[in-house]
Design a protein around this ligand. Structure first.
Ligand code: PMP
Length: 357
């Protein structure tokens, strides 16, 4: 039996994608092998890889002036790969600090660059600074921000303008809505939320920003070398790449990003309305910064947390516990979460509140 899985990542994948992968797991492409068992340099796999890139380019309307790289190491590897590729020693980079992942990225960048905090959320991590509140260093090679903070459930409703290349960690909201890629110098994302299984990291980078990596940058993270090798300098995570391709195909078949964005808006709206309309649940994120992907909420009677999670789990609503550093609850409702899953969660929340009134 499939449950509704609200995990933050690795997260639920579309059922149709899993079924397709299952159906061809043992005998892929009528070759009598699994796609996992073939060479990444075989013609058959090269077709899979090229098609996945073409579909991602189509979904996000990525211009030809951008490279799309399929890497390993997770988004965390990009925390250092970005400064190593984009800056020289002694350079300054600007950061917007809106939560746990901004901070992690910043701490790693500090090993390579001077970091200037151009804006933050005032400590509480329940809002994002407005464009007018941002104070840039004026000397930065780029501005880094985290459009969606997975742990706090805080999402930017605007794209910051900085006058320098914009670098965005889109690990938890890529492909959730249409995007104007030309506003960004570099976008990176770990796959394990909206793209596919863990093991794959996607980097979309404007061509003119690459080719100036610091000496000492590991070759497997050097963007120009990776791009020149078609992301096959060494063995890529072939199964994750194949799965990402199935997810891209699934998204296209469902109307692309405009259609999925509308479903995501509806799901989040319904869930926040249920939270706001109750006296047992609350969300403290500023209205214009509420994430459409990670909906955090607390019980006003935290002594009921354990019972809430136990009963939700028994009802097939899994992994609602908030991140260990945040506490409370978190419902991650990425692209693969159907509207019915959100409706079932709301129904359970209302039932639980009535029972405990
Ligand atoms: N950035 C964000 C926004 C994330 O949500 C995560 C993982 N949850 C990371 C970075 C780290 O990703 P990885 O585990 O792939 O290194």
């Amino acid at each position: 039996m499939r449950v509704y899985n609200f995990a933050a990542g690795p997260a639920a994948l579309p059922l149709e994608v899993l079924e397709e992968a299952r159906d061809e797991l043992l005998d892929w492409n009528h070759d009598g092998t699994s796609v996992m068992e073939i060479s990444h340099r075989s013609k058959a796999f090269m077709r899979v890889a090229a098609q996945a890139e073409a579909d991602l380019r189509e979904l996000l309307a990525i211009p030809d002036t951008y490279k799309v790289l399929f890497l390993q190491g997770g988004a965390s590897a990009q925390f250092s790969a970005v400064p190593m590729n984009l800056t020289a020693p002694g350079a300054t980079v600007d950061f917007i600090d809106t939560g746990h992942w901004s901070k992690k990225a910043m701490q790693e960048a500090q090993r390579h660059c001077r970091v200037h905090v151009a804006g933050d959320a005032g400590g509480a991590y329940t809002s994002v600074p407005a464009q007018s509140q941002l104070a840039f260093s004026g000397a930065a090679q780029y501005l880094h921000y985290t459009p969606n903070e997975t742990i706090g459930g805080v999402e930017f409703g605007y794209v910051p303008q900085a006058g320098v290349p914009l670098v965005a960690d889109m690990s938890s909201n890529i492909l959730s809505r249409p995007l104007d890629v030309t506003q960004f110098g570099l976008i990176y994302a770990g796959a394990q939320k909206n793209i596919g299984p863990a093991g794959l990291t996607i980097v979309i980078v404007r061509e003119d920003l690459i080719g100036r990596a610091r000496p000492g940058t590991p070759t497997v993270f050097e963007y120009r070398a990776v791009a020149a090798a078609g992301s096959m300098l060494n063995t890529p995570p072939t199964f994750s790449w194949y799965m990402a391709g199935l997810v891209f195909k699934w998204l296209k078949a469902r109307g692309g990003l405009a259609a999925i964005a509308e479903r995501n808006r509806l799901k989040a709206e319904k869930l926040y309305a249920a939270i706001d309309g109750s006296s047992l649940y609350r969300n403290t994120v500023a209205a214009d910064a509420r994430s459409r992907m990670n909906v955090t909420f607390q019980l006003t009677r935290p002594q009921l947390d354990t019972e809430f999670l136990r009963q939700a789990d028994a009802a097939g609503l899994k992994n609602l516990q908030g991140h260990r550093i945040a506490g409370g609850m978190r419902a991650s409702i990425y692209n693969a979460m159907p509207i019915d899953g959100v409706a079932a969660l709301i129904e359970f929340m209302r039932y639980f509140e009535r029972e405990r009134a």
